[in-house]
Design a protein around this ligand. Structure first.
Ligand SMILES: CC(C)(COP(=O)(O)OP(=O)(O)OC[C@H]1O[C@@H](n2cnc3c(N)ncnc32)[C@H](O)[C@@H]1OP(=O)(O)O)[C@@H](O)C(=O)NCCC(=O)NCCS
Length: 172
């Protein structure tokens, strides 16, 4: 796929319609969200990220000038489970490409690499970044490997997650 420009726009109220559509797309339900969501459920979950009450920072992925998906970052120290597995200042990232026609074409790994430079390691105190796909999410794991992440732990909670990490010196 020809490489186009990727940008990240802060999530706004007007994006909730797209977010609701994407979160109800079968490939996103299967690997990101677990179940369909009503518009009201999506709004009440994500509005606090728009107002800033929830410190998770949310962005729309803009590819070739079109909104195609969602990406968020949070401080691992704010996550009661993941903070037990990582030393130092670390950021966790979650993402999905909402448009089914655009998955598995090499975009996800490139989006993640761009996000690391623009919105993760732009903050000087951040030493590492982690992603936590389910152990069953083979295509996400492969995409993250291609972006440079390395596996370091499988969590032992109910849904086992495949933790992967990348360090500042590997990106900048
Ligand atoms: C995860 C996601 C962002 C990755 O983006 P993407 O553009 O699809 O990823 P890429 O095309 O860069 O890489 C996917 C890789 O998985 C491979 N792949 C696809 N299906 C696979 C499968 N069933 N088993 C193993 N590998 C698979 C692809 O061949 C590709 O590897 P390759 O380039 O070596 O051939 C995207 O697929 C997505 O949004 N999925 C739904 C939501 C989700 O799972 N989010 C992540 C939650 S942690």
């Amino acid at each position: 796929m020809k490489h186009q420009n990727t940008e990240f726009k802060k999530l706004e109220k007007s994006d909730l319609i797209n977010l609701h559509k994407w979160l109800n797309t079968p490939h996103v339900i299967a690997s990101y969200e677990n179940k369909p969501s009503s518009f009201e459920e999506v709004k009440s979950k994500y509005i606090t990220r728009i107002t800033g009450e929830d410190p998770t920072q949310s962005f729309v992925i803009i590819y070739d000038n079109k909104p195609i998906g969602y990406i968020q970052k949070y401080l691992v120290s704010n996550d009661h489970e993941l903070k037990n597995y990582v030393n130092g200042e670390s950021v966790g990232v979650d993402l999905f490409i909402g448009e089914p026609s655009l998955i598995h074409k090499g975009l996800g790994s490139r989006i993640l690499q761009a996000f690391l430079k623009k919105h993760v390691f732009d903050e000087n105190n951040i030493e590492s970044c982690i992603v936590d796909p389910l152990t069953t999410n083979a295509s996400a794991i492969r995409a993250y490997e291609k972006a440079g992440f390395k596996h370091f732990k499988i969590t032992d909670d109910q849904e086992s997650k495949y933790l992967m990490i990348i360090f500042r010196y590997e990106v900048l």
